[in-house]
Design a protein around this ligand. Structure first.
Ligand SMILES: C[S@@+](CC[C@H](N)C(=O)[O-])C[C@H]1O[C@@H](n2cnc3c(N)ncnc32)[C@H](O)[C@@H]1O
Length: 275
């Protein structure tokens, strides 16, 4: 239990986890259930929103003009299937073996021509020649500053000229008024472990209040692991600057990935950036 001492203080910015999250064999089971629950807003947004979102994307960036689509962080293929039904040639890319296996089986059953690839979009190759790349549900902001830069460069390089990158990010409104805290609970067959575990949860604010950490320390008879879930939130100026820095231009702004008008007081920003 000497190890515990290291968790007494606020972790360094973007300190890594020892615990896998999306690709952990036990946790990914719960996450897949969350993805597939049409009424839950945990891993995927609610079904009604997802359908509206795909309808809007197809109107705004139609498959006839942008046929080759890459969905980064596709999960079990909820968006990918709807995109395929709209006529896009879809590649879905995700870290979770469980989600990719599920998505492949579904595509086979439904006779959908979707290519699913398991991999890490920061460190692995996700191909090139795309007309549209999507990254939906604010996954961009969970990456460190360096990883965000790496990924943006890779996305830009893998788009055809005139291609678009569509994604969303959270704004400070998500965390406004939320104070730092520490709490604990005991879970039996819970979210983190099948075996009974003590969960120490902390919430920290960083960097002039634009980066946040939810830290979970999981302790049980098998040992101790730490899962750091980081989130950076953006102003419009910051995310536009990041996109322009890697060469994107003609950036369109919306309030969400279903085409709601942008408002400074909104919790999300959706961006469509052109190469
Ligand atoms: C919040 S979910 C969003 C899923 C999907 N975009 C949606 O809205 O239904 C994040 C997804 O990104 C995947 N993911 C997280 N980090 C990743 C990485 N570094 N490389 C590839 N996929 C990743 C997870 O496995 C998960 O399926």
């Amino acid at each position: 239990m000497k190890q515990l001492k290291q968790y007494e203080n606020k972790p360094k910015l973007y300190e890594k986890s020892t615990q896998k999250f999306w690709d952990d064999p036990y946790i990914s089971k719960g996450m897949l259930e969350a993805h597939l629950n049409p009424d839950m807003e945990a891993a995927t947004r609610r079904e009604k929103f997802v359908i509206n979102s795909v309808n809007w994307i197809d109107e705004r960036i139609p498959s006839a003009n942008y046929p080759k689509l890459l969905d980064l962080g596709c999960g079990p293929g909820i968006y990918a299937e709807l995109f395929s039904n709209k006529g896009y040639q879809v590649t879905g890319f995700d870290l979770s073996k469980r989600s990719i296996d599920y998505a492949k089986t579904r595509a086979k059953e439904k006779k959908l021509e979707i290519q699913y690839v398991e991999g890490d979009y920061v460190s692995d190759d996700f191909g090139s020649g795309y007309d549209l790349i999507t990254m939906i549900y604010c996954d961009f902001g969970v990456l460190s500053t360096d990883d965000r830069k790496t990924l943006l460069k890779k996305i830009h390089a893998s788009l055809n000229d005139g291609g678009c990158f569509l994604f969303d990010v959270f704004t400070i409104e998500k965390y406004r008024g939320k104070k730092e805290y520490k709490e604990w609970s005991i879970e039996e067959q819970g979210f983190w472990r099948e075996e009974t575990s003590l969960i120490l949860k902390s919430f920290y604010r960083y960097e002039a209040e634009t980066t946040f950490l939810e830290q979970y320390i999981i302790i049980n008879e098998s040992g101790m692991e730490c899962c750091n879930i980081w989130e950076h939130v953006f102003t419009l100026e910051e995310i536009e600057r990041d996109l322009k820095e890697v060469g994107f231009h003609d950036i369109s702004i919306y309030g969400d990935v279903a085409g709601k008008p942008y408002k400074k007081s909104g919790e999300t920003i959706c961006l469509i950036a052109k190469k």
